[in-house]
Design a protein. Structure first.
Length: 523
């Protein structure tokens, strides 16, 4: 199908064109019956045709019935078609009763005219362009790949992290003690149901790799070794089983994980077997880095988390792992589909995409990572035909002072805002954490928790409005931030310190912002 902007000429032999009216796209097909309107315009003119029979009387009530019937059954009609009303019928002209135009304001009629004709024409919306009449047909984009010979994910094999419900199976959170105390899930998690309904095949559950707060093999009694088959190593955090699986088995197409950044999950579902267990909720990007694969965290809330065990729904999100970064479009089309409001916008403003490079996080201490990041940004500049924009989030925060002059240091402002909401719930049970973590958990009052959440909301609102300009229709901004240095933990090394991640850290950007995040790993 050829695309023609409104007002363009149609060369001989072309039988259709497209147009947009108030943001709705139409395909125009020549009408079998042609007639001329008294218009002088080089652009398509929408009009509404009311087909009349011989000697028909037109009253205000009959016009109202016509409009109501049209609104109930026609997906093409919108108010702009009614701006020009054409009364079409055999001569003599129809009898127009006094006051018949009293409803014109209600229906948006600015002009009406009588056009004589005795050919059979259906009432409804039409377009007059280049001295002929066209039928408008509304265009519906097939975001979910509905019109296919097979389902969009037919035969795709997926592995599922063990905090996502699979009907008839236990959701154990990688806890061997749970098998005797839990009931199998009654139904698939919502995000998983969408995939299986589209034809995906579940091949099994994936282990978390990390059982408690510290990332060492001793804390993952059910977890397997990383994809290098070195049993002295683990590949980092709870999503590691999903990442290791996608890198280990070439017959596995995707794996599902979840991302709450550096959080803690309290005993799930009030099961007494979990009374002394607290599980560190893993991330998506870190396992991808450690296992050399790609991952995507969608926009918060756009992929339903029902049936996914998370501590903090505002931050937690299901996500995907894959070896091929281009294959995520398959999962997006099913999991998100037409609900993704940016889908159309990205294509419309491709030449106006701005690449943000925060100096707060670039460059890193890892020279190889810095070099790979710069190469990636160079590729984006070529693809989008634009140049990077270097910014400082800390300096912009200091200039804008969104929460007052006393809070102009963003690192100090967000020091506990990113982590306290996660670990607050751990106060409810008997935890086994040592060091300062247990004391910190006990010290988080309701007031302190509310203040942390408020600061996250202030930070998020400021980022969206001032840095990303999310409401702008003129441009679309993407931000490039570094990952982490890929280094597996070994059982012979000292356990890592119980550090709490600052909310200002780049790893928390996506979770607090509730924005999509794509981890592109350089090979």
């Amino acid at each position: 199908m050829q695309q023609h902007p409104p007002g363009s000429r149609i060369s001989a032999g072309q039988s259709e064109m497209t147009m947009q009216l108030d943001g709705v796209e139409y395909i125009l097909i020549p009408n079998d019956v042609n007639f001329f309107l008294n218009v002088d315009s080089s652009s398509p003119v929408p009009f509404l045709l009311y087909a009349l029979y011989l000697y028909q009387v037109v009253t205000s009530d009959s016009l109202s019935d016509f409009f109501l019937d049209l609104l109930m059954r026609d997906d093409v009609y919108q108010r702009k078609f009614a701006s020009r009303l054409v009364l079409y019928g055999p001569e003599p002209c129809p009898r127009l009763m006094p006051g018949f135009e009293s409803g014109f304001v209600t229906w948006g009629v600015d002009h009406h005219e009588c056009v004589p004709g005795d050919q059979k024409v259906a009432s409804g919306p039409y377009v007059f362009f280049q001295q002929r009449v066209w039928q408008p047909w509304r265009v519906y984009h097939d975001h979910n790949a509905t019109f296919m010979s097979d389902r969009p994910l037919a035969g795709i094999r997926i592995g599922v992290k063990d905090n996502i419900d699979i009907a008839g199976h236990y959701t154990t959170l990688d806890n061997g003690m749970a098998l005797s105390g839990l009931r199998p899930a009654a139904a698939h998690a919502r995000c998983l149901y969408l995939l299986t309904d589209a034809g995906a095949i579940i091949v099994g559950k994936l282990k978390h790799m990390t059982f408690t707060y510290l990332e060492t093999p001793a804390h993952s009694p059910m977890g397997h070794s990383d994809h290098h088959d070195d049993r002295l190593q683990v590949s980092h955090v709870l999503g590691s089983g999903s990442a290791a699986a996608i890198c280990s088995y070439d017959w596995l197409d995707f794996s599902l994980g979840s991302d709450s950044k550096w959080s803690f999950i309290p005993p799930p579902r009030a099961n007494p077997l979990f009374a002394n267990s607290y599980i560190a909720s893993g991330t998506l990007p870190m396992p991808a880095v450690y296992n050399v694969c790609h991952t995507m965290r969608p926009t918060a809330g756009i992929v339903k988390a029902h049936g996914v065990i998370e501590q903090f729904p505002d931050f937690g999100m299901p996500g995907f792992f894959s070896r091929d970064i281009s294959s995520f479009s398959k999962m997006i089309s099913v999991s998100i589909g037409g609900r993704c409001r940016l889908r159309k916008r990205v294509f419309e403003v491709k030449d106006r995409i701005e690449i943000l490079c925060p100096s707060d996080y670039l460059s890193t201490a890892n020279e190889d990572e810095t070099r790979a990041t710069n190469q990636f940004i160079n590729g984006l500049e070529i693809a989008f035909q634009t140049e990077r924009c270097v910014i400082s989030i800390a300096n912009r925060w200091k200039e804008d002072m969104p929460d007052g002059i006393e809070n102009n240091d963003i690192a100090a402002y967000l020091k506990t805002a990113g982590i306290y909401p996660f670990i607050r719930d751990s106060k409810k049970g008997k935890n086994t954490f040592g060091g300062n973590v247990r004391d910190i958990i006990k010290s988080i009052s309701e007031e302190k928790l509310a203040e942390c959440i408020r600061r996250c909301e202030v930070y998020r609102g400021w980022l969206l409005s001032k840095i990303f300009e999310a409401d702008s229709e003129e441009k679309l901004k993407v931000m490039v931030i570094p990952g982490v240095e890929g280094k597996a933990n070994c059982s012979g090394e000292p356990e890592p310190l119980n550090d709490l991640l600052n909310g200002y850290a780049s790893a928390n950007m996506s979770a607090i912002l509730q924005a999509p995040e794509l981890a592109a790993i350089g090979m």
